[in-house]
Design a protein. Structure first.
Length: 158
């Protein structure tokens, strides 16, 4: 729609590396408590669900010793994607500080975009500042960020 109205759009696709595997359990437990207000037995249930898990590998009918999982949420579970969404939810608060940036969040993928008239390129600095804060947030929350950006611009002839 922006292109049809002669606006430029920058789209940044955020793809965290191994997001399900790198979720910090303590940060997630704090989010469950602070963002949702879980406490008592319910919070303890989530703690028992996440903390103390282990894995082992089997190859040629030989099983490795179990290794403790220090981070991550189960990907093949119903709760895994929901817990990951709660983990990355604070990104929305960062983006909302920048009126020129909009976003869509789905599981471990984020689409960050900014549309502007060709004469409003200053709006790109807002998007760049937003990305800088998001990169820092990723670092602070034990996640690694992969970015793909697309720039779409249509100029209408007079």
């Amino acid at each position: 729609m922006s292109a049809d109205s002669g606006r430029c759009t920058v789209l940044v696709l955020e793809d965290p590396s191994s997001a399900f595997d790198t979720v910090d359990h303590q940060i997630l437990m704090n989010r469950l408590q602070d963002l949702i207000g879980l406490s008592g037995p319910v919070l303890q249930w989530f703690s028992s669900y996440l903390i103390g898990r282990s894995f082992s590998v089997s190859a040629n009918n030989i099983m490795s010793e179990p290794a403790s999982l220090q981070c991550g949420v189960p990907q093949s579970s119903v709760l895994g994607p929901l817990l990951l969404l709660l983990y990355v939810l604070p990104q929305g608060q960062i983006i909302q500080q920048f009126s020129d940036a909009s976003y869509h969040l789905f599981a471990d993928d984020l689409q960050l975009f900014c549309s502007f008239k060709p004469s409003e390129t200053h709006k790109l600095s807002s998007l760049i500042n937003c990305l800088s804060l998001i990169k820092q947030w990723f670092s602070d929350n034990s996640l690694q960020l992969n970015l793909i950006s697309l720039f779409l611009c249509t100029v209408q002839s007079l």
